[in-house]
Design a protein around this ligand. Structure first.
Ligand SMILES: Cc1ncc(COP(=O)(O)O)c(C=O)c1O
Length: 402
């Protein structure tokens, strides 16, 4: 375990005394950050392999995004959607063009975007597919993670996420992730959509079997069901493609994005769809005071520019392959599997992944367990060769010390 200075311990005590205990963070009190690096209040440097759960794909404190934020903060940060602003339109144009959709609906957090998508696909189910009132079903997958609202935890099969938060929302049908035959059996005339992560991040970096996504997409077409992809974690280059669905040439009907859309600065999320679908929302049907605000829009424009101009997807592909090769080369009885795609990597351990997390922390690497036995390695996509070597050397050392 890390021994903290009095200063650090003081901050930790404040968190513990005055905050709800709904997280179990590593005891690193971060004071500043740049690129892939974090510094704690004692000036100790850490290589960040968490990236704020993949929200910092562009690297911490990217100067271009910082400049956009500061400039917009001085001009006008918030108008609400009661008015128009001069940043929203350019943001929507850029996002839709990059993602290949006709329209986008901006929100703030990932969970809100998922909620938005749930409303959109249900409405389509009633108004287009002709599902009888209140009978719409959305197929979700075992081990999924789509956020923490009451609707979304109703779509989770993880008892920890659901326990004692009921009554939960009906209308979700569960299918084993990766089982296309079960998916086909679950589809019926009341199914409006499937909601799916192309790779499950929180679930322990689970890559579905080859061909599953494509088959799921084909089944959706065949059964008149929408394919809603939750790319909040996998999107914007993380897996080595701009979106993880691109790897399988799957064109989703609904694309849900967040995290890195805010460039590590600001919560920005969105739902993308084509006009026919998005036009099912009319004024007053849905909204958010902060969604699409000028500050968020300016930040997101810069965040998207950095992703494109700095080729972050191909950098993640290159760095991910190199890192994966290096991690897999380390032989250890404590490691069952190293898996993932691009810079979304999971190390499945035969011992609690926390042990490796703590051993890495003592060596200047922050990485967190995402399931009891899986350590997720997801650094900012700007990680360079030297930084990968730095990480690998400490990984080897940490494993041998366990
Ligand atoms: C796939 C996926 N969907 C949704 C969410 C929820 O996003 P947020 O925490 O911004 O609400 C997450 C967060 O980890 C996620 O990984």
């Amino acid at each position: 375990m890390l021994r903290n200075s009095e200063t650090a311990q003081g901050f930790i005590d404040l968190d513990e005394t005055y905050g709800a205990h709904n997280y179990a963070p590593l005891d690193v009190v971060v004071e500043r950050a740049e690129g892939v690096w974090l510094w704690d209040v004692n000036g100790v440097r850490y290589l960040d392999c968490i990236s704020a759960y993949s929200a910092v794909n562009q690297g911490h404190c990217h100067p271009r995004i910082a400049a956009a934020l500061i400039e917009q903060a001085k001009r006008v940060p918030l108008t609400s959607r009661a008015l128009r602003n001069d940043r929203l339109g350019p943001f929507l144009k850029k996002l839709t063009q990059i993602a290949g959709f006709e329209r986008a609906l901006p929100m703030n957090t990932g969970a809100e975007a998922v909620e938005t998508a749930i409303k959109l696909v249900r409405r389509w189910g009633y108004r287009v597919k002709g599902i009888p009132a209140d009978r719409a079903e959305i197929i979700v997958f075992s081990n999924n993670f789509h956020g923490r609202t009451t609707a979304i935890v109703s779509a989770s099969d993880n008892p920890r996420y659901r326990a004692d938060f009921g009554p939960l929302l009906p209308g979700f049908v569960f299918v084993d992730y990766g089982d296309a035959d079960a998916l086909e059996r679950a589809m019926n005339e009341n199914t409006c959509a499937i909601l799916i992560e192309p790779i499950q991040g929180e679930g322990g970096v689970i890559v579905p079997p080859d061909g599953f996504l494509k088959r799921a997409w084909a089944l959706c077409k065949e059964h008149h069901v929408l394919f809603a992809a939750d790319e909040i974690q996998t999107g914007f280059g993380r897996t080595g493609d701009l979106f993880a669905c691109n790897f399988d040439n799957v064109e989703s009907d609904v694309l849900i994005v967040g995290k890195a859309l805010g460039g590590g600065y600001y919560p920005v999320s969105a739902v993308l769809a084509d006009d026919a679908l998005m036009s099912l929302f009319a004024p007053s049907d849905h909204g958010s005071t902060f969604g699409g605000n000028p500050l968020a829009s300016a930040v997101a424009i810069a965040a998207l520019d950095v992703i494109v101009d700095e080729n972050l997807a191909s950098r993640a592909r290159y760095a991910g392959a190199k890192l994966m090769q290096g991690l897999r080369a380390v032989q250890s009885l404590l490691v069952k599997e190293v898996r993932g795609r691009g810079l979304l990597i999971g190390i499945e351990m035969t011992v609690p992944a926390k042990n490796l997390s703590f051993a890495l922390l003592e060596r200047g690497i922050v990485a967190k367990d995402t399931h009891e036995s899986v350590l997720r390695i997801a650094p900012p996509l700007v990680i360079n060769d030297d930084e990968i070597e730095y990480l690998l050397a400490r990984y080897r050392d940490a494993l041998s010390a366990l």
